[in-house]
Design a protein around this ligand. Structure first.
Ligand SMILES: C[S@@+](CC[C@H](N)C(=O)[O-])C[C@H]1O[C@@H](n2cnc3c(N)ncnc32)[C@H](O)[C@@H]1O
Length: 354
């Protein structure tokens, strides 16, 4: 056995010891810091109930029965499509920042040696813990903590996932999405700008990677074509705010929602710049269709859109068809299949190399 293999095999144990030394242990494989928070599509009672029922009936049955609208977002095999880009060997130690219900944590754990899932929402981690049990995965630990107050890990990771999380980093306080998304809820923010907070978080991600480690970052494109054709920005439910200058977006958001627009998204060029500023020496960019959550087609940003066929389904997650989705499908074909305007691709996956 050579030295490299020995190091890789020892690492998950070392990370576990580090967690045991630094944090309190809650149930099972969940560690907790004193910096918890709340973010979920469900309200707090529902989250607790989902975790409780899942531990009795199993997570699939619980979601199918009580929250069928979230079944695909949690369990769809399409969610893991982007992980192919990492070409994992099966031995890597990974961290999934903002892991929530484990849509990426579980498929990642099946492809690598170890995963630490980190999230601020304890009940989401309790639910994920029931998924790990159901899947008989014992190579995952969970840490309940605010990503903005994470320190340095002595044992570093080979891969870090930041999937649909960077845009939420500037938020503060508890977020129950249905009482927040598109709702008038006045809120003051102080301290660093959203961009400064995102940069600080990405620097932490960078610091906690081994030399040669990689970040997998997935996020909506600030210039997603749909937002120019009448679709609302998906985090605030407002028109135009993603692509307008940040100050103008703040004004619109303050008028409509009583708070500034903090869910900053980036263009391809913008995300590359932020990753480079965070310390990543090389960044690969991919266009992702129809979006990063259910990636059906992932094309290098430098690649060709020749032979592009549309990916937007005329039906939503629940199988309901709508004329808006049909028009979006036509728009998608016109913009990418005919005009080949890569700049307007819906989502971005960036792989940054340390
Ligand atoms: C949109 S969900 C993404 C979930 C998951 N990565 C996926 O792709 O399914 C965002 C998650 O990030 C977590 N999150 C956002 N900001 C956070 C912070 N400052 N600290 C810890 N977790 C955070 C939320 O709790 C939530 O679970």
């Amino acid at each position: 056995m050579d030295i490299k293999t020995e190091t890789v095999q020892k690492k998950p144990e070392d990370i576990r010891h580090e967690l045991q030394a630094g944090y309190k242990k809650a149930a099972g494989n969940i560690f907790i810091s004193d910096r918890q928070g709340y973010w979920s599509n469900l309200d707090k009672d529902e989250s607790r109930r989902l975790a409780d029922i899942s531990s009795e009936t199993g997570p699939r049955a619980a979601v199918r029965k009580h929250y069928p609208q979230f079944f695909n977002v949690i369990f769809s095999p399409k969610r893991q499509g982007g992980l192919e880009l990492l070409d994992l060997s099966g031995e890597e130690s990974c961290v999934d920042y903002g892991c929530m219900w484990g849509a990426m944590t579980i498929p990642l754990a099946k492809r690598c040696g170890y995963v630490l899932g980190v999230d601020q929402t304890l009940d989401s981690l309790r639910f994920l813990s029931t998924r790990l049990k159901e899947e008989k995965l014992d190579n995952v630990d969970l840490l309940c903590s605010n990503l903005k107050s994470l320190g340095n890990f002595r044992n570093k990771f080979d891969v870090a996932l930041v999937n649909g999380v960077l845009e939420w980093i500037p938020e503060s306080g508890d977020i129950e999405l249905k009482r927040y998304y598109g709702q008038y809820k006045p809120k003051e923010y102080s301290g660093p700008t959203p961009g400064e907070q995102q940069l600080a978080f990405l620097k932490t991600v960078h610091r906690n990677l081994n030399d040669g480690g990689r970040i997998y970052l997935a996020i909506e494109n600030r210039f997603d074509f749909k937002m120019f054709l009448g679709a609302k920005e998906p985090h605030s439910n407002l028109f135009f705010v993603s692509f307008l200058p940040r100050k103008a977006a703040d004004w619109i958001s303050k008028i409509k929602l009583g708070r500034p627009f903090t869910n900053w998204l980036y263009s391809f060029k913008g995300i590359k710049k932020v990753l480079e500023e965070s310390g990543f020496s090389r960044v690969e960019l991919y266009m992702c269709f129809p979006d990063y959550r259910y990636p059906e087609r992932i094309i290098p940003y430098g690649g060709s859109l020749k032979d592009f066929t549309p990916t937007i389904s005329p039906a939503n997650d629940m199988g309901r068809k709508s004329y808006k989705r049909f028009l979006a499908r036509i728009g998608e074909f016109a913009i990418f299949g005919i005009l080949r305007l890569k700049f307007f691709a819906p989502s971005i996956i960036a792989i940054g190399h340390k």
